[in-house]
Design a protein around this ligand. Structure first.
Ligand code: PRT
Ligand code: ZN
Length: 225
């Protein structure tokens, strides 16, 4: 009999979602040695492999069926969906369950002395962001034209550096905005980590394994409430 194909799960290698993702699996009873700097870690007591990658790669890996399941911020997932839709690429996934970590908001922020009244105050200005799709979708609903400045890091320094008039960035405590002389003026998207599944059908064994895992995840989240 052929060996069962192991269930493949992608998680962020290192960053704000890694520790919570690992802890969640540990609390579900999975034994995984993640100490080594390997791309793939094998679960010792279940037929599961963990792929550790950049968070930005996770939606694509799931949509393309390279992995079966992934944990990613809804912000990153939604941005990838918008990008792929604009390029007529497949965006099929199943959202299995919203998780209880990785909470943050994508917000518009302006320099402290900016006289902000409404999003209209940003008309025709330059807005720096890592999330051009989510920003454009929001500004389109408001009917506001703007110039998007794409930055993959250090978005919060863009106004001071003269690169932009405002920013659209992730916020959790707001300390980073404050430290950079910025004020949060509008929340455009609220995000949490989410568990997503590829649309490729799983083998019966892996589907049963996933069902068991989902029950445990829900149990672990309930126990924390
Ligand atoms: O290397 P890789 O590409 O995998 O990681 P990354 O650097 O792109 O992502 P990472 O680890 O920073 O964030 C991963 C995910 O965590 C994000 O996509 C969000 O879904 C979620 N998340 C939750 C956050 C935050 N909270 C958050 N605070 N992502 C980023 N931040 C930033 C924020 O923009 C600010 O610059 O953290 C800084 C501190 O925030 P404050 O408001 O507490 O000061
Ligand atoms: Zn990233």
């Amino acid at each position: 009999m052929p060996e069962q194909q192991r269930l493949r799960i992608a998680i962020q290698k290192s960053g704000r979602l890694s520790k919570d993702s690992q802890l969640m699996f540990k609390n579900c009873g999975m034994k995984v040695n993640l100490r080594e700097q390997r791309l793939i870690a094998h679960c010792e007591n279940m037929p599961i492999d963990i792929l550790r990658v950049r968070d930005d790669d996770i939606p694509g890996l799931v949509m393309d069926g390279v992995v079966d399941i992934g944990i990613v911020g809804e912000n990153v997932l939604e941005e990838e969906m918008l990008l792929r839709s604009s390029q007529n690429e497949p965006t099929d996934i199943k959202q299995l369950c919203r998780l209880d970590f990785g909470g943050c908001r994508l917000s518009l922020a302006v320099p402290e002395d900016f006289d902000y009244i409404s999003p209209q105050s940003l008309a025709d200005l330059r807005i720096a962001t890592t999330y051009p799709g989510l920003l454009k979708r929001y500004m389109d609903t408001q009917g506001i034209d703007f110039t998007g400045i794409m930055l993959t890091g250090s978005v919060e320094v863009a106004p001071r550096a003269g690169l932009a008039d405002a920013i659209c960035d992730l916020v959790s405590t707001g300390a980073t905005l404050e430290a950079n002389g910025l004020k949060e003026v509008d929340v455009i998207y609220r995000s949490k980590a989410t568990l997503i599944q590829s649309k490729n059908p799983l083998s019966d064994e892996n589907q049963a394994l996933l069902n068991r895992l989902l029950l445990r995840i829900q149990g672990v989240m309930q126990a924390k409430e």
